[in-house]
Design a protein. Structure first.
Length: 132
């Protein structure tokens, strides 16, 4: 949602800090990937993401994988959570089966997904003072 994240702040005693904003119900959906290059001494991890004004669907997820493959220029092993869109995107990417392999995280295991840590950090720390 494009609403500021609520967080703690300092205020004079007896005065509640107030953030004035419009009531916004629009939002962005984001699909992201963390990549790892074995043997890279400098910067072995990278993050890629694609922001959309509509919900991420099968076509968006497949498009993201194609862009990622083109950007990296090598074979990929994609580890996804069990979102239905991801399963449908794998079927849509059947022609890329020689250059892209898919594995899935166990159900209900967000702690095993490194992208979840990045989203939590960006929402809780980076975007705390941001007014969209």
């Amino acid at each position: 949602m494009l609403q500021p994240v609520v967080g703690r702040t300092w205020a004079p005693v007896g005065q509640t800090p107030v953030l004035v904003q419009r009531d916004r119900r629009d939002r962005y959906s984001v699909i992201g990937a963390v990549t790892y290059r074995p043997g890279a001494m400098r910067k072995p991890f990278d993050m890629f993401f694609l922001a959309c004004e509509e919900n991420v669907n099968t076509a968006t997820a497949a498009h993201f994988v194609r862009l990622l493959r083109k950007q990296l220029g090598r074979k990929l092993l994609i580890v996804w959570d069990n979102l239905r869109v991801h399963h449908a995107a794998q079927k849509a990417l059947y022609r890329m089966r020689r250059s892209v392999a898919f594995e899935y995280l166990p159900p209900y295991a967000p702690q095993a997904n490194p992208v979840e840590f990045l989203w939590a950090h960006s929402k809780g720390h980076e975007a705390r003072e941001l007014r969209p």
